[in-house]
Every structure is written in structure tokens, then in C-alpha cells.
Design a binder for this molecule. Structure first.
Ligand SMILES: Nc1ncnc2c1ncn2[C@@H]1O[C@H](COP(=O)(O)OP(=O)(O)O)[C@@H](O)[C@H]1O
Ligand SMILES: [Mg+2]
Length: 356
């Protein structure tokens, strides 16, 4: 979790320097006051990128040349100083003074999840978000996941380059062994991550939607064939497409639910609840593995949810014991728990509000 957080020149936020509550923080303010920007800044410090997919040019405050973010993170056993500076020259990362660990070191120092008004895409959108979701769990649960994933990506790029370059079949096949070895390792790592998360997924599904959910990992190639055999069979098509059609880069996490739930899931609100259940389950799984509370960012959780659903979501969040930073239009909309830190934001300026 993060105690102190400093921002300068990030979007509409000129300067902010605040001490956050280890439990619940509420940022409230009118539309376009800077609420999402504040959460985006926090998330950037833990990820080295924007959850809104924005480029640096859009993130640097208009008229400025760089933004700087700084945080002090704490666990039971240690505190760390993490910082990010981003300008047109590029991204500079510091974790306890060292730039070596890069984005992965940020993610270890400040692991976080986000529930924002786009969260329904995790359910309603394509498989990429669900792969990323599962990879995030695996990154925190499986020690070698990131390294395996990076090496697989390299092997995939090399094989695809050979396909695009219309290399001879023998030259393309020469990449297969490495591709298969790393692809199978990535697959196994994701399956173990899903195993670790499966009870939490079912639990939050019941808690938020009142229904039994099933989750099934689809590996990205035929169930009845080895990856090696799939590559061999698909070679001609791979050459035509100029890209590898089979492998864990094509995986998906399928969500199974009953018919009643399927009818409901046409609604944005239900999709948001289901996606939120998945995010909370991932958070819980990572917390268990890391043995420390994570940071959960809730951007306008009231959007799209009816009153009862919002109460359920907030209760589930409360039960997680993570550090929360939530935004809302109104001060009282989320009934912040006792001891919460409350900040009012107006035109990019945050001010602490006394709570009684
Ligand atoms: N790079 C930037 N520099 C200055 N202002 C920006 C920048 N990017 C966005 N803004 C402005 O920041 C304001 C706050 O946006 P946002 O954080 O999304 O508000 P909220 O979530 O409170 O509705 C908007 O008015 C937007 O125009
Ligand atoms: Mg907003």
C-alpha cells in the first residue's frame, strides 16, 4: 500500500502531496475536476502506464515538459521509495534509488487493481483483456511468470518475422522447439494461477451476482493436440497469414454462467458487477500470495450500478482488507467508513476534508 503520494504536472494536477489512509480514501468533486486523473496518476506509479491507454503527450500537463510521480510504499516489513518521471525523452523509473528493475519493480512495490467505468470490457470485450487479467494474477502468484512471458513473446516475434519474410519451411520450423517449450511453460503458469484464484472467483461471483460462475482456461490451440502438432498442422495457414495462429497468445478465459445470468448479462450494470467480481478475486489471490494488502482504485463505482449492487460491491471491497482509493461526485455517495481519509478536488487541486 502507499502512504505518501506526490504528483506534479500530471494531466490537470499541478501539484499534490498527500498522506493516504491505509484503509479507505475518498476523492470527490464535480465532473472534470481531476478525480480520474488522480487515480490514473496513482496507477501510473504502480504500472508505468496509463489505465486509460493515454500517451505521455496527453498525460503531461498542458504547457509543461514532464510529469513526476513519487510514492512511499509500506508493508509490515519495509518501506520503499518509488518514483516515475516522464517526458518526451522517455520514462525514468526509480525504486529505492535504482532504475534497474524497471516497470516490474514498480509493480512489485505497488501492486494494484482498477475498477473503472470501462471495467465491463473485461467481460464484454475480446480475449486480450482476459489474458492480461490472468497474466496479472500469474505475475504475482508464479515467480517466473514475467520472465517466461517475455521469452515467449520474443520467440513469437521471431517466428512471426520468419513467416512474414516468407522464409523456407525449414527455417520457420527451426523456431518451433523454443516456441513450444516457452508456450507450454506459459500455459502451465497461467493454469496454476487460475487454480489459485478459482475459489475467490466463485466466492465473489456468488457475493456480487448471487450465482455460480465457472471459469475455464482456453489454451489457444486445439484441446486434442499438442502445441507442436498444432504448429505443424497450421504451418501453411501461418505462412498465408504471416503470423502464428496457435499458441498461448491466442488463449482466453471463458466465463460460464447459467441461462438466467446470461440474459441479465446484456446489461452494462451486470457486466460491471461480473468484471468487478473478477478483479476482486484477482486482488484477493495476489494478496494471499504476497501476504500483504494491495491497492484498489475505484473510479466512480456508482456509475452504471443500482443502489443495491453498489452496496454489495462496497461490502465485498470492504471485506478484502485492501487499501482503497475511490472517487465520486458527492461526498456521501459511497458512505465512506469511519477513519476514511476524504479529499475534495476542484480544478485539479486536492484538499483534505475533516471528517467527524
Ligand atoms: N494533459 C492535460 N493537461 C491539463 N489538463 C488536462 C490534461 N489532460 C486532461 N486534462 C483536463 O483534466 C480535467 C479533469 O479530467 P478528469 O480527471 O477526467 O476529471 P473527472 O474524473 O473529475 O471528471 C479535464 O477538464 C481535462 O480536460
Ligand atoms: Mg472521471
Amino acid at each position: 500500500m502507499i502512504r505518501r503520494f506526490k504528483v506534479s504536472n500530471f494531466r490537470c494536477l499541478e501539484q499534490a502531496d498527500l498522506v493516504l489512509s491505509p484503509s479507505f480514501n475518498l476523492i470527490y468533486g464535480a465532473n472534470a475536476s481531476g478525480k480520474t486523473s488522480f487515480l490514473e496518476a496513482l496507477a501510473y506509479l504502480g504500472r508505468g502506464k496509463s489505465f486509460r491507454g493515454a500517451s505521455t503527450d496527453n498525460l503531461v500537463r498542458h504547457g509543461q515538459s514532464e510529469f513526476v510521480l513519487f510514492g512511499e510504499t509500506v508493508t509490515e516489513v519495509r518501506s520503499q521509495r518509488i518514483g516515475v518521471r516522464n517526458s518526451r525523452a522517455g520514462l525514468e523509473i526509480r525504486v529505492d534509488g535504482s532504475g534497474e528493475g524497471g516497470v516490474a519493480a514498480l509493480a512489485e512495490a505497488l501492486p494494484l487493481q482498477v475498477i473503472d467505468p470501462e471495467v465491463h470490457n473485461l467481460v464484454a470485450g475480446g480475449p486480450e483483456l482476459r489474458r492480461r487479467f490472468l497474466d496479472w494474477v500469474a505475475f504475482h502468484v508464479e515467480h517466473d511468470h514475467l520472465e517466461t512471458w517475455r521469452r515467449f513473446r520474443r520467440a513469437l516475434r521471431q517466428r512471426n518475422a520468419a513467416l512474414k519474410g516468407r522464409s523456407a519451411p525449414a527455417a520457420i520450423r527451426s523456431w518451433n522447439a523454443e516456441f513450444v517449450e516457452l508456450g507450454e511453460a506459459l500455459d502451465a503458469s497461467r493454469r496454476r494461477a487460475l487454480d489459485a484464484a478459482i475459489d475467490s472467483l466463485a466466492g465473489f461471483g456468488r457475493g456480487l451476482l448471487g450465482t455460480e460462475l465457472g471459469f475455464e482456461y482456453q489454451q489457444g490451440w486445439s484441446k486434442d493436440r499438442s502445441l507442436a502438432a498444432s504448429l505443424e498442422e497450421g504451418l501453411e495457414r501461418d505462412v498465408q497469414q504471416g503470423a502464428t495462429q496457435h499458441g498461448p497468445h491466442r488463449a482466453d478465459l471463458r466465463i460460464r454462467y447459467d441461462e438466467r445470468q446470461a440474459r441479465r448479462l446484456v446489461s452494462r450494470g451486470q457486466q460491471k458487477l461480473l468484471a468487478s467480481a473478477m478483479i476482486l478475486a484477482a486482488t484477493e489471490t495476489a494478496q494471499t500470495a504476497l501476504e500483504r494488502p494491495l491497492l484498489l482504485l475505484l473510479d466512480d463505482p456508482a456509475a452504471e450500478l443500482d443502489g443495491e449492487s453498489l452496496v454489495r460491491l462496497l461490502a465485498a471491497v470492504g471485506g478484502l482488507g485492501c487499501q482503497v482509493v475511490a472517487t465520486s461526485l458527492e461526498k456521501d455517495a459511497l458512505s465512506p467508513p469511519l477513519g476514511a481519509a476524504v479529499f475534495h478536488v476542484e480544478q485539479g487541486v486536492l484538499s483534505p476534508v475533516e471528517t467527524g
